[in-house]
Design a protein around this ligand. Structure first.
Ligand SMILES: O=C(O)C1=C[C@@H](OP(=O)(O)O)[C@@H](O)[C@H](O)C1
Ligand SMILES: C=C(OP(=O)(O)O)C(=O)O
Length: 452
């Protein structure tokens, strides 16, 4: 088990470029693999989760050519030649690792294939509910077999001739919405997903990018079956969920300023900026749009943060940022309430319990509720031993908390960070340089190199 040791911040970088967006990288790999022709994906996130999606598409007939590697991150540019919408049956079970996005979106694609595929994952993924995708895909005519009442992985999907459905999501989930839309591409007629609360729309945007038509009427999103993806190069912006860690480090440091370069600014993902603005942070974005996904530089100036309420329709927009926003709340004046966030309990770990437990270890008073928590901000954080429960967002959120704590904070099980942010430790080292420029973790300058 790896450990990461963090001390109070000693230095402040002027800018950081975070690696590619995880949600968009998964989708780019999947659509490229289902397309006819070759797609070059630049700015790809080579995290363990996204590599699972690439390997899955490769196992089903896509050809993958590595083009460029970036020091400290890994494969950031690759070409994928798709097998077309009808994929090849993989020779064995597909490993989805720790990735909910891989297993759920892939279930939608597999529902349209005339073969049976088994998907499995690690201990954490094997506990997460897959019934939420099994239910609509079964209604469409696919056979989905899983374990127990929650239909957990290993999951076996037998696809075939599907029928279009209209389905109201019982929970706000972009993964479930995407699985149904992907299956809808294989079902004659119009498949419609109604979302009670808007969730990230990367699947819709990438469908347009790959030449697939879809429509939105109010909160209903529809696709017509029989359309196939046309290979088109794509440039993935930096991941705002990764940038969020540095946004909070900066927002809570009066007198400091950081610019996060080339960050995805899709409005279905920028809730973290809105929450920090509400808490009193000074944030400025420059925005330019390419490839259907808005992006730009985000400059965050530190100041005194105040408590806020985070809840309602805002939750899906900040769902992955809630652990780091809980840390921001601990550094703010007053009591912050996070509510309507039941979904946090079914992520890589129960993130409500994990955040509450680790904040308490650092000396913060937290009251846990079924759907969130109340955090009393303002107490000086104390260094502590943090349990990550193999959850990357917990590991990184508490590494940032460690930058503000007295003494040493030890993140146990920090290897899980590779799930979404390769190079996180090197970026963290930029905050730990002493007067002589020395750091406990060497800083790697990110130089892209051609490979292959
Ligand atoms: O569609 C996606 O890429 C994701 C959707 C969200 O999950 P849910 O759909 O379960 O809310 C999010 O938590 C996850 O990190 C990525
Ligand atoms: C919940 C997450 O991812 P996934 O559902 O893909 O495992 C996450 O990245 O925070």
């Amino acid at each position: 088990m790896a450990t990461l040791k963090v001390r109070k911040l000693k230095s402040f970088p002027a800018e950081i470029s975070v690696p590619g967006d995880k949600s968009i990288s998964h989708r780019a790999a999947m659509f490229a693999g289902m397309a006819s022709g070759t797609t070059v994906i630049d700015g790809f996130l080579p995290s363990e989760d996204c590599l699972c999606s690439v390997k899955a598409m490769e196992a089903m007939g896509a050809k993958v050519e590595p083009l460029e590697e970036t020091d400290g991150i890994g494969l950031t540019k690759l070409a994928i030649t798709g097998n077309g919408p009808q994929l090849k049956a993989p020779s064995g079970p597909v490993d989805c690792g720790n990735s909910g996005t891989t297993i759920r979106l892939l279930s939608g694609i597999l529902a349209g294939q005339a073969f049976t595929t088994e998907m499995f994952g690690d201990a954490s993924l094997s506990k997460r509910p897959m019934k939420r995708v099994a239910d609509p895909l079964r209604l469409m005519g696919a056979k989905v077999e899983g374990q127990g009442e929650k239909i957990c992985a290993p999951l076996k999907v037998t696809g075939g001739s599907l029928q279009a459905i209209t389905y109201t999501l019982p929970m706000a989930s972009a993964q479930v919405k995407s699985a149904i839309l992907l299956a809808g591409l294989y079902a004659p007629g119009k498949t419609t997903v109604i979302e009670p609360v808007a969730t990230r729309n990367h699947t819709e945007r990438i469908m347009s990018h790959f030449g697939i038509k879809w429509l939105r009427e109010g909160n209903a999103i529809s696709v017509y079956g029989g359309q196939s993806a046309r290979a088109t190069d794509i440039v993935v912006p930096g991941d705002i969920s990764s940038a969020a860690f540095w946004m909070v480090a900066s927002a809570a440091s009066p007198g400091q300023q950081i610019t996060l370069k080339n960050v995805g600014l899709n409005p279905t993902r920028t809730g973290v900026i809105n929450v920090l603005l509400r808490m009193g942070a000074h944030i400025h974005n420059s925005e330019e749009t390419t490839d259907g996904e808005p992006r730009g530089n985000v400059t965050v100036k530190g100041g005194d943060l105040n408590a806020t309420v985070i809840g309602g329709a805002e939750i899906p927009n900040v769902i992955d940022e809630l652990p780091i926003l809980a840390v921001a709340a601990a550094l703010a004046r007053g009591k912050t309430r996070i509510q309507d966030a039941h979904e946090l309990r079914v992520k890589e770990t129960d993130r409500i319990a994990a955040v509450a437990e680790n904040l308490r270890r650092m000396g913060v008073t937290v009251t846990e509720f079924d759907d969130g928590m109340e955090i009393e901000g303002g107490a000086q954080l104390q260094g502590a031993t943090i349990s990550t429960y193999h959850d990357h967002r917990i590991a990184m959120a508490f590494a940032i908390a460690g930058l503000f704590a007295d003494g040493e904070t030890v993140i146990e099980g920090s290897e899980c960070i590779g799930t979404s942010y390769p190079g996180f430790e090197h970026d963290l080292a930029l905050f730990l340089k002493n007067e002589n420029g020395e750091t406990p973790i060497p800083v790697i300058s990110r130089i892209p190199r051609k490979v292959g």
